[in-house]
Write a protein that binds this ligand. Structure first.
Ligand code: VGL
Ligand code: ZN
Length: 209
C-alpha cells in the first residue's frame, strides 16, 4: 500500500501567505502530477491548524519578533509570525492543489502550549495525532513525504514516520518540497538520509508508476 503524504501545502506557506516559503507554490503542480500519475493507493494531506493565540506566535510573547528564538513549555522555540489560524484563508490548502483526491486530512498544531511540526506528534512527543495508527491500519508500507516546509514540517514528519511506522519505506521527494532556509534544507536532507529515509525526485516515482 503506497501513500503520498502532502505536508502543509497551505496558503500560509505560499507567496502572499503569513509564513511564506520561497517559491512554496511551485510544489503544487508537482504534487498534482504525483497524485494523478504516481500510482498511489492513498493520499493524505496535513494541515497546520493553529488557534489565534498559539504559543509559537511571536505575537504571544511581548517584546519578541518573528524568527527570534523564544521558549514554549520551557523548551527553545522558534517564534513565528501568526500563521495558519484555524478557519482563515492562510490555513486553507492552496487553491490549485487537487484536494478532491485527498483521502484523509490530518490537522495539527491545535494545542496552544506546544508546536507540532510533525503530522504524527507534537514537538514534545507527548501527544500523537493518530496518523501513524491510521496509516498502519491501512497497511501502508511505502510512504512518500513532500510539501512545505522541508526544513521544518516535512523533515519532522518523515523522521517520525520512519520512527513510528517500523518496516515502512519512507521517501522524501525533493522537487515536490520547498524550505524556509537553503542551509536548513541541506541539513534536513542530510538528517533524513542518516535516518534511513530515501531521497528521490518526482520523476523517479513517475517513471516507476
Ligand atoms: C511549519 C513553521 C511553523 C511548516 C509550520 O509547515 O513547516 N513551519 N509551522
Ligand atoms: Zn505552524
Amino acid at each position: 500500500m503506497k501513500c503520498l503524504l502532502l505536508v502543509d501545502i497551505q496558503n500560509g506557506f505560499c507567496s502572499g501567505g503569513n509564513l511564506a516559503v520561497p517559491n512554496g507554490e511551485d510544489v503544487v503542480p508537482v504534487a498534482n502530477k504525483l497524485i494523478a500519475e504516481g500510482g498511489y493507493d492513498l493520499i493524505v494531506a496535513s494541515q497546520d491548524w493553529h488557534p489565534a493565540n498559539h504559543g509559537s506566535f511571536a505575537s504571544q510573547h511581548p517584546g519578541s519578533k518573528p524568527f527570534e528564538m523564544g521558549t514554549l513549555g520551557g523548551k527553545p522555540q522558534m517564534l513565528w509570525p501568526d500563521h495558519c489560524v484555524q478557519g482563515s484563508r492562510d490555513a486553507d490548502f492552496h487553491p490549485a492543489l487537487n484536494t478532491g483526491a485527498v483521502d484523509h486530512v490530518q490537522r495539527k498544531g491545535e494545542n496552544v502550549t506546544v508546536d507540532s511540526y510533525s503530522a504524527f506528534r507534537d514537538n514534545d512527543r507527548a501527544a500523537l495525532t493518530g496518523l501513524s495508527d491510521y496509516l498502519i491500519g491501512k497497511g501502508v508500507d511505502t510512504l512518500d513525504v513532500c510539501g512545505l516546509a522541508t526544513d521544518y514540517c516535512v523533515k519532522a514528519s518523515a523522521i517520525d514516520a520512519k520512527a513510528m511506522m517500523p518496516g515502512t519505506e519512507v521517501r522524501f521527494i525533493t522537487d515536490a518540497s520547498r524550505g524556509i532556509d537553503a542551509a536548513g534544507v541541506e541539513a534536513a536532507i542530510a538528517e533524513m538520509r542518516s535516518k534511513g529515509i530515501r531521497i528521490l525526485a518526482s520523476q523517479d516515482i513517475l517513471a516507476a508508476a
